[in-house]
Structure formats: structure tokens, C-alpha cells
Design a protein. Structure first.
Length: 182
């Protein structure tokens, strides 16, 4: 069984993110869900991003995430949803021992986040991406998947950025695919 860290999106640690983590736990995995917003949740992405900015912006979120995993083993799978992709991808690329990264709803280009993030994907770290067809990060996810040997890119239909939270079938398929990786 895997040790997993799930990072929430801009709305905070919401019920859909908790349900996803619970499904992984029910399959026997050890799952951590750090609350990078200290219990706050938001109704809109814009409000959640504004709160992230109040905390210091994207890199402050990454540093909160880094602090949240300090006491955990290094051999973990990092899963991020949208804003949480920043944390999952950063830790998978920079924290030794990472087993895999699962990036949901978003992806970041390699080598564009300063000296602290390498321009290459670490050897032996699996990558799985889940993104909506036509999403603003769709092309980035495709390029990242093409760059990382063995990466899996799963594309979902729909019109919502947080597609798995609006489509039960997509949520079940995403969960099934992540469990297959684990």
C-alpha cells in the first residue's frame, strides 16, 4: 500500500477532496490531506485564489505544503488538485524519494519556476495527469506528458475546471485510474 499526500485546490479542503482521499483510504492506502488554508473553504475559485494571494501567493502555498510533509516519509505519492498541483509537482520534483505525482485539473511547465525547480523530471518518479479537454492548462499537460517517459495523460470531457466535482462518472474514473497507479 502507498503513502499518499493529497493537496486541495483553491476552494480549500472541501468535501469532494475529502471523499477522494477517503476512497484511497478505503482501498488500504495511508492518505494525508494537509489543510493549506487552515480550515477555510471558499465558494468560488476567485475567492480561493484571493486568499492564496493573501497568504503570499503560489510559492507561499508550496512552502506551506513543504512544511506539512516535513515529518512524513520521503517515499510518497503526491496528488494535487488545481492550485494543489503547485505543491504536488514541486515536491515530486524536489523532495528526494518521491514515488509519483498525480496532477489533476492543472499542470506546470518544467523549468519555468526558478532555480528551486529543475527543468527535468526526476528519474523513477511516475507521472499521471488528469485534465479536461480544452482546459487552459491542456497544452501544458500534453507537453509535460510528452516530456516525461511513461507519463499517463487522461483527458476528460466537460466544461468545468474541477470536472470530477461536477461529474460522478468522471470522479469514479479519475479515482479508478489513480488507484491503478497506486
Amino acid at each position: 500500500m502507498a503513502e499518499v499526500v493529497v493537496f486541495h485546490h483553491a476552494l480549500g479542503l472541501t468535501d469532494p477532496v475529502r471523499r477522494f482521499a477517503d476512497a484511497l483510504r478505503a482501498a488500504g492506502h495511508t492518505v494525508h490531506t494537509p489543510d493549506l488554508y487552515d480550515g477555510l473553504t471558499f465558494e468560488t475559485i476567485e475567492a480561493g485564489i484571493a486568499h492564496s494571494d493573501e497568504l503570499g501567493g503560489p510559492m507561499a502555498i508550496v512552502e506551506r505544503a513543504r512544511a506539512s510533509v516535513e515529518s512524513l516519509p520521503h517515499e510518497v505519492v503526491y496528488i494535487g488538485f488545481s492550485l494543489g498541483v503547485l505543491a504536488a509537482q514541486a515536491l515530486a520534483q524536489t523532495r528526494t524519494g518521491a514515488r509519483a505525482a498525480v496532477l489533476c485539473y492543472s499542470a506546470l511547465p518544467l523549468g519555468e519556476w526558478g532555480d528551486n525547480w529543475p527543468a527535468t523530471w526526476p528519474d523513477g518518479v511516475q507521472l499521471q495527469l488528469h485534465i479536461r479537454d480544452g482546459d487552459e492548462d491542456f497544452e501544458i499537460a500534453g507537453r509535460l506528458a510528452a516530456t516525461v517517459p511513461g507519463a499517463e495523460l487522461f483527458v476528460y470531457p466537460g466544461s468545468e475546471h474541477y470536472f470530477a466535482e461536477h461529474d460522478e462518472q468522471a470522479a469514479a474514473l479519475l479515482t479508478e485510474r489513480v488507484l491503478g497507479l497506486l
